[in-house]
Design a protein around this ligand. Structure first.
Ligand code: PSU
Ligand code: MN
Length: 306
């Protein structure tokens, strides 16, 4: 079904792409490493149905038995969700060995963008992206997601970046690498669990049609990178600033004490924040993913009209 010998596009996704119908990519690290079981599987399946309800076909992306997959079955999603952190968290550097060995991998924002682009999918919905971590001036912990946004032409719809990261440095990095950062209905970068961060985005766009037009122009000019759309969590699901800030500070301190580093850092922080907030952060996380899925599906539909 595909020109790339490493890639399996599901029949439904392939048919939609061939017919010029809207398709939205979804990542699998959010399933295996971003949320606990069974909420991870329930959320992933619900996100797929929200995308369908908004007129697009969902393509959840992962690596299974060394094959790059665009479009998973419910059983495959259940498998990744149940296995959780025992699945390899697969970033760009992991693809070669995982594929050569025929292993499984959960795709991060980086690898989901890579595989989406291989399949011909332009729009991708998720919760949060990786960024420049606090203390990166000494640890050099900068997510590969930022590099991928600079080079792979996929629109990523997220809820901004959470303050486990250094938001100011994350924006500087994206600016240096030429990644447009769009606020959806806002001039302020949303901070994932809350609607405000105190940092400005480059542009405010206010409709799926405007998002599609900007992405289409970027493609038309042959600019090589992607685009980051930051969609604020709906007010009714946003968290109290003081509560979430305290949990984040404590989680960051615990990670430092316990010497957590490398690819384990983001999953550790997410799980610790969830525990510290008694699950409230998970409830917000789930709602913001639904919200992003809707916007991504509507934007993918607009892109198909251009
Ligand atoms: N942020 C979240 N939830 C997530 C992630 C980030 O709120 O699940 C995941 C995404 O897959 C993202 C990855 O691409 O973590 C970034 O990991 P790192 O910081 O190791 O680059
Ligand atoms: Mn990192």
């Amino acid at each position: 079904m595909s020109l790339n010998p490493y890639l399996d596009v599901s029949p439904e996704v392939a048919a939609a792409l061939a017919a010029g119908k809207p398709v939205v990519a979804l990542e699998s690290t959010i399933i295996s490493h971003g949320m606990p079981y069974p909420q991870n599987v329930e959320t992933a399946l619900q996100v797929e149905s929200i995308i369908r309800d908004n007129g697009a076909v969902p393509a959840t992306i992962a690596i299974l038995g060394g094959r790059l997959k665009a479009g998973l079955s419910h059983n495959e999603i259940e498998y990744l969700g149940k296995k959780g952190q025992a699945v390899n968290k697969a970033s760009r550097r992991d693809l070669a060995v995982l594929v050569a060995r025929g292993e499984d991998g959960a795709t991060t924002v980086t690898t989901t963008m890579i595989i989406a682009h291989m399949a011909g999918i332009q729009v991708f919905a998720t919760g949060g992206i990786g960024g420049v971590h606090r203390g990166a001036e000494t640890t050099m912990d900068i997510s590969a997601d930022l590099e991928e946004l600079a080079q792979t032409p996929v629109m990523v719809v997220c809820a901004g970046a959470k303050s486990i990261l250094d938001l100011g440095l994350t924006l500087e990095y994206l600016e240096t690498h030429g990644v447009p950062v769009i606020g959806y209905g806002t001039k302020e970068l949303p901070a994932f669990y809350t609607r405000k961060s105190g940092f400005s985005v480059d542009y405010e766009l206010d409709s799926p049609a405007e998002l599609a037009a900007a992405f289409h122009a970027s493609q038309g000019m042959g600019l090589k990178g992607g685009m980051l759309v930051t969609n604020p969590i709906p007010e009714e699901y946003s968290m109290d600033h003081a509560v979430i800030s305290a949990a984040i500070e404590q989680a960051v301190a615990m990670a430092k004490e316990q010497g957590i580093h490398g690819k384990a850092t983001t999953p550790f922080l997410l799980a610790t924040i969830k525990d510290l907030t008694g699950g409230d952060s998970l409830a917000s996380n789930i709602q913001l993913v639904f919200h992003n899925a809707r916007l991504a599906a509507q934007t993918a539909a607009e892109l198909c009209r251009l």
